[in-house]
Design a protein around this ligand. Structure first.
Ligand SMILES: Nc1ncnc2c1ncn2[C@@H]1O[C@H](COP(=O)(O)OP(=O)(O)OP(=O)(O)O)[C@@H](O)[C@H]1O
Ligand SMILES: [Mg+2]
Length: 411
Protein backbone atom coordinates (compact mmCIF):
# COMPACT_ATOMS: atom_id res chain seq x y z
CA UNK A 1 0.00 0.00 0.00
CA UNK A 2 2.88 2.37 0.96
CA UNK A 3 4.57 1.71 -2.41
CA UNK A 4 1.41 2.33 -4.37
CA UNK A 5 0.94 5.65 -2.59
CA UNK A 6 4.49 6.61 -3.46
CA UNK A 7 3.75 5.87 -7.16
CA UNK A 8 0.60 7.97 -7.06
CA UNK A 9 2.54 10.84 -5.57
CA UNK A 10 5.18 10.60 -8.31
CA UNK A 11 2.57 10.44 -11.06
CA UNK A 12 0.81 13.51 -9.70
CA UNK A 13 4.04 15.45 -9.20
CA UNK A 14 5.30 14.66 -12.69
CA UNK A 15 2.16 15.74 -14.45
CA UNK A 16 1.16 18.73 -12.29
CA UNK A 17 2.42 21.79 -10.53
CA UNK A 18 2.38 20.87 -6.86
CA UNK A 19 3.03 22.84 -3.68
CA UNK A 20 2.29 22.34 -0.03
CA UNK A 21 1.95 24.90 2.73
CA UNK A 22 1.46 24.70 6.45
CA UNK A 23 -1.72 25.95 7.98
CA UNK A 24 -0.40 29.55 7.85
CA UNK A 25 0.37 29.44 4.18
CA UNK A 26 4.12 29.03 4.48
CA UNK A 27 5.54 26.89 1.70
CA UNK A 28 6.83 23.55 2.85
CA UNK A 29 7.15 21.79 -0.49
CA UNK A 30 7.31 22.64 -4.23
CA UNK A 31 7.97 20.29 -7.15
CA UNK A 32 10.10 20.91 -10.26
CA UNK A 33 7.11 22.06 -12.26
CA UNK A 34 6.29 24.77 -9.72
CA UNK A 35 9.89 26.08 -9.89
CA UNK A 36 9.79 26.03 -13.68
CA UNK A 37 6.60 28.03 -14.02
CA UNK A 38 7.27 30.50 -11.18
CA UNK A 39 10.93 31.04 -12.01
CA UNK A 40 11.95 30.67 -8.39
CA UNK A 41 14.32 28.02 -7.07
CA UNK A 42 13.28 25.58 -4.35
CA UNK A 43 15.52 27.43 -1.91
CA UNK A 44 13.84 30.75 -2.67
CA UNK A 45 10.40 29.23 -2.08
CA UNK A 46 10.59 26.95 0.90
CA UNK A 47 9.85 28.82 4.08
CA UNK A 48 8.27 31.78 2.26
CA UNK A 49 4.60 32.70 2.30
CA UNK A 50 2.71 31.29 -0.66
CA UNK A 51 1.64 34.80 -1.59
CA UNK A 52 5.08 35.20 -3.19
CA UNK A 53 3.38 34.25 -6.52
CA UNK A 54 0.33 36.36 -5.87
CA UNK A 55 -0.57 38.73 -8.68
CA UNK A 56 -1.43 42.34 -7.65
CA UNK A 57 -4.45 42.31 -10.00
CA UNK A 58 -6.25 39.65 -8.01
CA UNK A 59 -8.74 41.24 -5.60
CA UNK A 60 -8.42 40.54 -1.86
CA UNK A 61 -11.88 39.01 -1.57
CA UNK A 62 -10.72 36.05 -3.72
CA UNK A 63 -8.17 35.13 -1.06
CA UNK A 64 -10.70 35.53 1.68
CA UNK A 65 -12.99 33.07 -0.07
CA UNK A 66 -10.06 30.69 -0.54
CA UNK A 67 -9.08 30.77 3.10
CA UNK A 68 -12.67 30.58 4.31
CA UNK A 69 -13.16 27.44 2.19
CA UNK A 70 -10.02 25.54 3.02
CA UNK A 71 -10.16 26.39 6.72
CA UNK A 72 -13.61 24.82 6.66
CA UNK A 73 -11.71 21.71 5.46
CA UNK A 74 -13.23 21.91 2.04
CA UNK A 75 -11.52 21.76 -1.33
CA UNK A 76 -11.14 25.06 -3.20
CA UNK A 77 -10.98 25.21 -6.98
CA UNK A 78 -10.12 28.27 -9.06
CA UNK A 79 -8.23 29.52 -12.08
CA UNK A 80 -5.59 31.72 -10.48
CA UNK A 81 -3.68 34.55 -11.99
CA UNK A 82 -0.09 34.40 -10.64
CA UNK A 83 3.07 36.37 -11.10
CA UNK A 84 6.45 34.73 -11.82
CA UNK A 85 9.77 35.94 -10.50
CA UNK A 86 10.48 37.86 -13.71
CA UNK A 87 7.14 39.72 -13.44
CA UNK A 88 5.38 37.73 -16.19
CA UNK A 89 1.90 36.45 -15.63
CA UNK A 90 0.81 32.83 -15.69
CA UNK A 91 -2.53 31.21 -15.16
CA UNK A 92 -3.07 27.95 -13.36
CA UNK A 93 -6.11 25.87 -12.81
CA UNK A 94 -5.77 25.22 -9.10
CA UNK A 95 -7.22 22.72 -6.63
CA UNK A 96 -6.32 23.29 -2.98
CA UNK A 97 -7.13 20.50 -0.57
CA UNK A 98 -6.58 20.48 3.19
CA UNK A 99 -4.76 17.39 4.49
CA UNK A 100 -6.13 16.30 7.85
CA UNK A 101 -4.29 14.56 10.68
CA UNK A 102 -5.58 11.56 12.55
CA UNK A 103 -7.53 13.70 14.97
CA UNK A 104 -9.25 15.50 12.11
CA UNK A 105 -7.34 18.80 12.35
CA UNK A 106 -5.71 20.49 9.39
CA UNK A 107 -2.17 19.34 9.00
CA UNK A 108 -1.26 21.14 5.84
CA UNK A 109 -2.60 22.24 2.41
CA UNK A 110 -1.72 20.72 -0.89
CA UNK A 111 -2.25 22.67 -4.08
CA UNK A 112 -2.31 20.86 -7.41
CA UNK A 113 -2.43 22.94 -10.55
CA UNK A 114 -1.92 22.80 -14.24
CA UNK A 115 -0.85 25.55 -16.57
CA UNK A 116 -3.73 27.22 -18.49
CA UNK A 117 -1.82 30.38 -19.50
CA UNK A 118 -2.20 29.57 -23.18
CA UNK A 119 -5.91 28.87 -22.78
CA UNK A 120 -6.46 32.09 -20.90
CA UNK A 121 -4.39 33.99 -23.43
CA UNK A 122 -6.47 32.48 -26.21
CA UNK A 123 -9.70 33.28 -24.41
CA UNK A 124 -8.48 36.82 -23.78
CA UNK A 125 -7.49 37.18 -27.43
CA UNK A 126 -10.88 35.84 -28.43
CA UNK A 127 -12.61 38.31 -26.09
CA UNK A 128 -10.53 41.13 -27.51
CA UNK A 129 -11.39 40.09 -31.05
CA UNK A 130 -15.05 39.85 -30.12
CA UNK A 131 -14.90 43.33 -28.67
CA UNK A 132 -13.09 44.64 -31.74
CA UNK A 133 -15.68 42.93 -33.88
CA UNK A 134 -18.54 44.45 -31.96
CA UNK A 135 -16.88 47.88 -32.24
CA UNK A 136 -16.43 47.32 -35.94
CA UNK A 137 -19.99 46.14 -36.16
CA UNK A 138 -21.39 49.18 -34.46
CA UNK A 139 -19.10 51.38 -36.59
CA UNK A 140 -20.51 49.61 -39.60
CA UNK A 141 -24.03 50.13 -38.36
CA UNK A 142 -23.33 53.82 -37.91
CA UNK A 143 -21.84 53.93 -41.38
CA UNK A 144 -24.87 52.19 -42.86
CA UNK A 145 -27.15 54.56 -40.98
CA UNK A 146 -25.18 57.52 -42.27
CA UNK A 147 -25.23 56.19 -45.81
CA UNK A 148 -28.94 55.46 -45.58
CA UNK A 149 -29.71 58.95 -44.43
CA UNK A 150 -27.37 60.33 -47.12
CA UNK A 151 -29.22 58.24 -49.66
CA UNK A 152 -32.55 59.36 -48.31
CA UNK A 153 -31.42 62.97 -48.61
CA UNK A 154 -30.19 62.33 -52.12
CA UNK A 155 -33.50 60.75 -52.94
CA UNK A 156 -35.39 63.72 -51.61
CA UNK A 157 -33.11 66.05 -53.53
CA UNK A 158 -33.73 64.02 -56.63
CA UNK A 159 -37.49 64.12 -56.13
CA UNK A 160 -37.32 67.87 -55.68
CA UNK A 161 -35.14 68.21 -58.77
CA UNK A 162 -37.58 66.10 -60.80
CA UNK A 163 -40.47 68.25 -59.62
CA UNK A 164 -38.53 71.38 -60.52
CA UNK A 165 -37.54 70.03 -63.91
CA UNK A 166 -41.09 68.87 -64.62
CA UNK A 167 -42.34 72.33 -63.76
CA UNK A 168 -39.63 73.89 -65.94
CA UNK A 169 -40.44 71.65 -68.87
CA UNK A 170 -44.14 72.37 -68.42
CA UNK A 171 -43.36 76.07 -68.64
CA UNK A 172 -41.13 75.44 -71.64
CA UNK A 173 -43.90 73.49 -73.35
CA UNK A 174 -46.32 76.32 -72.69
CA UNK A 175 -43.86 78.82 -74.12
CA UNK A 176 -43.31 76.59 -77.12
CA UNK A 177 -46.99 76.37 -77.85
CA UNK A 178 -47.28 80.12 -77.52
CA UNK A 179 -44.45 80.51 -80.01
CA UNK A 180 -46.05 78.01 -82.32
CA UNK A 181 -49.40 79.74 -82.00
CA UNK A 182 -47.77 83.06 -82.87
CA UNK A 183 -46.12 81.47 -85.89
CA UNK A 184 -49.46 79.95 -86.94
CA UNK A 185 -51.11 83.34 -86.49
CA UNK A 186 -48.49 84.91 -88.73
CA UNK A 187 -49.16 82.26 -91.33
CA UNK A 188 -52.91 82.78 -90.94
CA UNK A 189 -52.60 86.49 -91.50
CA UNK A 190 -50.48 85.98 -94.58
CA UNK A 191 -53.01 83.45 -95.86
CA UNK A 192 -55.90 85.84 -95.26
CA UNK A 193 -53.97 88.61 -96.97
CA UNK A 194 -53.40 86.29 -99.87
CA UNK A 195 -57.01 85.22 -100.12
CA UNK A 196 -58.20 88.81 -99.84
CA UNK A 197 -55.96 90.10 -102.60
CA UNK A 198 -58.28 89.00 -105.37
CA UNK A 199 -61.62 90.09 -103.79
CA UNK A 200 -60.06 93.40 -102.78
CA UNK A 201 -59.08 94.19 -106.32
CA UNK A 202 -62.53 92.98 -107.37
CA UNK A 203 -64.05 95.50 -104.90
CA UNK A 204 -61.82 98.19 -106.37
CA UNK A 205 -63.18 97.50 -109.80
CA UNK A 206 -66.77 97.43 -108.46
CA UNK A 207 -66.36 100.83 -106.78
CA UNK A 208 -64.84 102.23 -109.93
CA UNK A 209 -67.73 100.85 -112.01
CA UNK A 210 -70.30 102.08 -109.52
CA UNK A 211 -68.86 105.57 -109.72
CA UNK A 212 -69.18 105.38 -113.50
CA UNK A 213 -72.81 104.18 -113.27
CA UNK A 214 -73.50 106.90 -110.74
CA UNK A 215 -72.28 109.53 -113.21
CA UNK A 216 -74.37 107.90 -115.94
CA UNK A 217 -77.29 107.67 -113.54
CA UNK A 218 -77.47 103.97 -114.44
CA UNK A 219 -79.46 102.79 -111.44
CA UNK A 220 -79.86 99.21 -112.62
CA UNK A 221 -76.16 98.83 -113.27
CA UNK A 222 -75.44 100.26 -109.83
CA UNK A 223 -77.86 97.84 -108.20
CA UNK A 224 -76.08 94.93 -109.91
CA UNK A 225 -72.66 96.14 -108.81
CA UNK A 226 -74.00 96.63 -105.29
CA UNK A 227 -75.22 92.99 -105.16
CA UNK A 228 -71.88 91.84 -106.56
CA UNK A 229 -70.00 93.84 -103.90
CA UNK A 230 -72.15 92.31 -101.16
CA UNK A 231 -71.27 88.82 -102.41
CA UNK A 232 -67.54 89.64 -102.48
CA UNK A 233 -67.69 91.04 -98.96
CA UNK A 234 -69.59 87.96 -97.70
CA UNK A 235 -66.89 85.79 -99.23
CA UNK A 236 -64.20 87.86 -97.54
CA UNK A 237 -65.82 87.60 -94.17
CA UNK A 238 -66.26 83.88 -94.68
CA UNK A 239 -62.52 83.56 -95.16
CA UNK A 240 -62.00 85.12 -91.75
CA UNK A 241 -64.67 82.88 -90.27
CA UNK A 242 -62.92 79.81 -91.71
CA UNK A 243 -59.64 80.82 -90.14
CA UNK A 244 -61.28 81.61 -86.83
CA UNK A 245 -62.90 78.18 -86.66
CA UNK A 246 -59.64 76.63 -87.56
CA UNK A 247 -57.51 78.37 -84.98
CA UNK A 248 -59.92 77.80 -82.09
CA UNK A 249 -58.73 74.82 -80.12
CA UNK A 250 -61.42 72.16 -79.71
CA UNK A 251 -62.84 71.87 -76.25
CA UNK A 252 -63.73 68.22 -76.50
CA UNK A 253 -63.15 65.18 -78.64
CA UNK A 254 -65.54 64.53 -81.48
CA UNK A 255 -66.06 62.18 -84.35
CA UNK A 256 -65.42 63.76 -87.73
CA UNK A 257 -64.86 62.79 -91.35
CA UNK A 258 -61.17 62.74 -92.24
CA UNK A 259 -61.79 63.91 -95.80
CA UNK A 260 -63.68 67.01 -94.57
CA UNK A 261 -60.90 67.84 -92.15
CA UNK A 262 -58.27 67.55 -94.89
CA UNK A 263 -60.30 69.67 -97.30
CA UNK A 264 -60.78 72.38 -94.68
CA UNK A 265 -57.07 72.40 -94.04
CA UNK A 266 -56.23 72.61 -97.73
CA UNK A 267 -58.74 75.38 -98.34
CA UNK A 268 -56.98 77.43 -95.72
CA UNK A 269 -53.69 76.84 -97.46
CA UNK A 270 -55.21 77.34 -100.90
CA UNK A 271 -53.54 80.70 -101.45
CA UNK A 272 -50.06 79.89 -100.34
CA UNK A 273 -50.06 76.47 -101.99
CA UNK A 274 -50.98 77.84 -105.38
CA UNK A 275 -47.64 79.66 -105.53
CA UNK A 276 -45.65 76.52 -104.76
CA UNK A 277 -46.78 74.47 -107.76
CA UNK A 278 -47.27 71.40 -105.62
CA UNK A 279 -49.56 68.81 -107.07
CA UNK A 280 -51.72 67.70 -104.17
CA UNK A 281 -53.55 64.43 -104.42
CA UNK A 282 -56.11 63.50 -101.81
CA UNK A 283 -57.06 59.84 -101.70
CA UNK A 284 -59.53 59.44 -98.87
CA UNK A 285 -62.81 57.58 -98.78
CA UNK A 286 -65.42 60.06 -97.59
CA UNK A 287 -66.80 57.62 -94.98
CA UNK A 288 -63.58 57.34 -93.05
CA UNK A 289 -63.91 58.88 -89.61
CA UNK A 290 -61.54 59.82 -86.85
CA UNK A 291 -62.18 60.55 -83.21
CA UNK A 292 -60.43 63.36 -81.35
CA UNK A 293 -59.66 67.06 -81.70
CA UNK A 294 -60.35 67.98 -85.29
CA UNK A 295 -58.71 71.41 -85.32
CA UNK A 296 -55.60 70.15 -83.60
CA UNK A 297 -55.25 67.31 -86.08
CA UNK A 298 -55.71 69.89 -88.78
CA UNK A 299 -52.87 71.90 -87.23
CA UNK A 300 -50.68 68.78 -87.30
CA UNK A 301 -51.47 68.17 -91.00
CA UNK A 302 -50.72 71.83 -91.68
CA UNK A 303 -47.29 71.41 -90.08
CA UNK A 304 -46.59 68.34 -92.23
CA UNK A 305 -47.64 70.14 -95.42
CA UNK A 306 -45.58 73.15 -94.41
CA UNK A 307 -42.52 70.91 -94.00
CA UNK A 308 -43.09 69.38 -97.44
CA UNK A 309 -43.42 72.87 -98.90
CA UNK A 310 -40.05 73.82 -97.37
CA UNK A 311 -38.45 70.59 -98.61
CA UNK A 312 -39.62 71.30 -102.15
CA UNK A 313 -38.49 74.91 -102.13
CA UNK A 314 -34.80 74.16 -102.66
CA UNK A 315 -35.34 71.27 -105.09
CA UNK A 316 -35.61 71.43 -108.81
CA UNK A 317 -38.21 68.81 -109.64
CA UNK A 318 -40.28 68.10 -112.72
CA UNK A 319 -43.23 67.32 -110.54
CA UNK A 320 -43.79 68.28 -106.92
CA UNK A 321 -46.21 65.73 -105.60
CA UNK A 322 -47.89 65.56 -102.20
CA UNK A 323 -50.20 62.68 -101.52
CA UNK A 324 -52.57 62.60 -98.59
CA UNK A 325 -54.33 59.29 -98.11
CA UNK A 326 -56.27 57.47 -95.47
CA UNK A 327 -57.60 54.05 -94.73
CA UNK A 328 -59.35 52.43 -91.82
CA UNK A 329 -57.99 49.36 -90.03
CA UNK A 330 -60.15 47.88 -87.27
CA UNK A 331 -60.86 50.75 -84.91
CA UNK A 332 -58.03 52.90 -86.18
CA UNK A 333 -57.64 55.38 -88.94
CA UNK A 334 -54.31 55.57 -90.72
CA UNK A 335 -53.56 58.89 -92.30
CA UNK A 336 -50.43 59.47 -94.36
CA UNK A 337 -48.81 62.51 -95.88
CA UNK A 338 -46.11 61.70 -98.44
CA UNK A 339 -43.97 63.96 -100.59
CA UNK A 340 -41.29 63.31 -103.23
CA UNK A 341 -38.93 66.04 -102.03
CA UNK A 342 -35.89 63.83 -101.39
CA UNK A 343 -36.57 62.38 -97.93
CA UNK A 344 -34.75 62.84 -94.65
CA UNK A 345 -31.11 61.99 -93.98
CA UNK A 346 -30.94 58.76 -91.95
CA UNK A 347 -28.55 60.41 -89.49
CA UNK A 348 -31.16 62.90 -88.27
CA UNK A 349 -34.21 60.68 -88.63
CA UNK A 350 -34.56 60.02 -84.89
CA UNK A 351 -34.08 63.68 -83.97
CA UNK A 352 -36.68 65.39 -86.10
CA UNK A 353 -39.45 65.09 -83.50
CA UNK A 354 -37.33 66.72 -80.81
CA UNK A 355 -38.26 70.29 -79.89
CA UNK A 356 -36.05 72.92 -81.54
CA UNK A 357 -34.44 70.45 -83.91
CA UNK A 358 -34.23 72.08 -87.30
CA UNK A 359 -31.96 71.98 -90.33
CA UNK A 360 -33.38 75.25 -91.56
CA UNK A 361 -32.03 78.72 -91.25
CA UNK A 362 -33.09 80.43 -88.00
CA UNK A 363 -35.53 82.70 -89.86
CA UNK A 364 -37.18 79.79 -91.57
CA UNK A 365 -37.65 77.19 -88.86
CA UNK A 366 -37.85 77.00 -85.10
CA UNK A 367 -37.84 73.21 -85.06
CA UNK A 368 -41.16 72.99 -83.25
CA UNK A 369 -43.33 71.79 -86.12
CA UNK A 370 -42.89 68.05 -85.71
CA UNK A 371 -42.68 68.26 -81.93
CA UNK A 372 -46.15 69.79 -81.99
CA UNK A 373 -47.34 67.11 -84.42
CA UNK A 374 -46.11 64.42 -82.05
CA UNK A 375 -47.62 66.10 -79.00
CA UNK A 376 -51.00 66.51 -80.69
CA UNK A 377 -51.13 62.98 -82.06
CA UNK A 378 -49.62 61.05 -79.18
CA UNK A 379 -50.55 63.08 -76.10
CA UNK A 380 -53.91 64.58 -77.06
CA UNK A 381 -55.28 62.08 -79.56
CA UNK A 382 -53.99 58.74 -78.16
CA UNK A 383 -52.37 57.95 -81.49
CA UNK A 384 -48.91 57.42 -82.88
CA UNK A 385 -46.94 59.15 -85.58
CA UNK A 386 -43.97 57.77 -87.48
CA UNK A 387 -41.85 58.64 -90.45
CA UNK A 388 -40.05 56.81 -93.24
CA UNK A 389 -38.33 57.58 -96.50
CA UNK A 390 -40.30 56.21 -99.43
CA UNK A 391 -40.53 56.77 -103.20
CA UNK A 392 -37.93 59.52 -103.25
CA UNK A 393 -39.48 61.46 -100.42
CA UNK A 394 -40.77 61.51 -96.88
CA UNK A 395 -43.88 59.74 -95.66
CA UNK A 396 -45.43 60.59 -92.31
CA UNK A 397 -47.97 58.10 -91.02
CA UNK A 398 -50.47 58.94 -88.31
CA UNK A 399 -52.55 56.29 -86.56
CA UNK A 400 -55.46 57.54 -84.45
CA UNK A 401 -58.71 56.07 -83.09
CA UNK A 402 -61.39 55.88 -85.78
CA UNK A 403 -64.23 55.99 -83.28
CA UNK A 404 -64.77 56.85 -79.68
CA UNK A 405 -63.77 54.01 -77.37
CA UNK A 406 -66.78 54.93 -75.23
CA UNK A 407 -69.04 54.17 -78.24
CA UNK A 408 -67.15 50.93 -78.71
CA UNK A 409 -68.05 49.97 -75.17
CA UNK A 410 -71.73 50.72 -75.87
CA UNK A 411 -71.72 48.60 -79.01
N1 LIG B 1 -41.11 66.46 -95.52
C1 LIG B 1 -39.82 66.62 -95.14
N2 LIG B 1 -38.80 66.46 -96.03
C2 LIG B 1 -37.52 66.62 -95.64
N3 LIG B 1 -37.13 66.96 -94.40
C3 LIG B 1 -38.08 67.14 -93.47
C4 LIG B 1 -39.47 66.99 -93.78
N4 LIG B 1 -40.19 67.22 -92.65
C5 LIG B 1 -39.28 67.53 -91.70
N5 LIG B 1 -38.04 67.49 -92.16
C6 LIG B 1 -36.80 67.72 -91.41
O1 LIG B 1 -37.13 67.71 -90.02
C7 LIG B 1 -36.71 68.90 -89.39
C8 LIG B 1 -37.64 69.24 -88.25
O2 LIG B 1 -38.93 69.59 -88.73
P1 LIG B 1 -39.83 70.52 -87.86
O3 LIG B 1 -41.12 70.72 -88.59
O4 LIG B 1 -39.91 69.98 -86.50
O5 LIG B 1 -39.01 71.85 -87.77
P2 LIG B 1 -38.75 72.93 -88.90
O6 LIG B 1 -39.66 72.69 -90.05
O7 LIG B 1 -37.31 72.91 -89.18
O8 LIG B 1 -39.14 74.27 -88.16
P3 LIG B 1 -40.64 74.77 -87.83
O9 LIG B 1 -41.56 73.71 -88.26
O10 LIG B 1 -40.65 74.98 -86.36
O11 LIG B 1 -40.78 76.01 -88.58
C9 LIG B 1 -36.66 69.91 -90.50
O12 LIG B 1 -35.75 70.97 -90.21
C10 LIG B 1 -36.20 69.07 -91.69
O13 LIG B 1 -34.80 68.91 -91.69
MG1 LIG C 1 -41.72 72.42 -89.77
Amino acid sequence: MGRELEQYKRAVEQSNIVSKTDINGIITFVNEEFCKISGYSKEELIGRNHNIVRHPDVPKKNFKLLWDTILKKETFKTTAKNRAKNGSTFYVNTTITPILNESGGIEEFIAIRYDVTDNVALTEALKKKKKELSILNSALETKVKEQTSELRELNQNLERRIAEETEKSRKKDKLMFQQARLAAMGETISNIAHQWRQPLSELGIIIFTMKKYFMDKNEKGMEKQYEHAKKVITKMSKTIEDFRNFSNPDKEKNSFFVKDMIEDTLSILKGSLRRTAINIEVDIDEHITAYGYKNELSQAILNLISNAKDAFSDKNLDERALKISSKQEDNFTILSVADNAGGIDGAIMDKIFEPYFTTKHANLGTGLGLYIVKTIIEDSMDGIVCVQNENGGTKFTIKIPAISTANQGDA
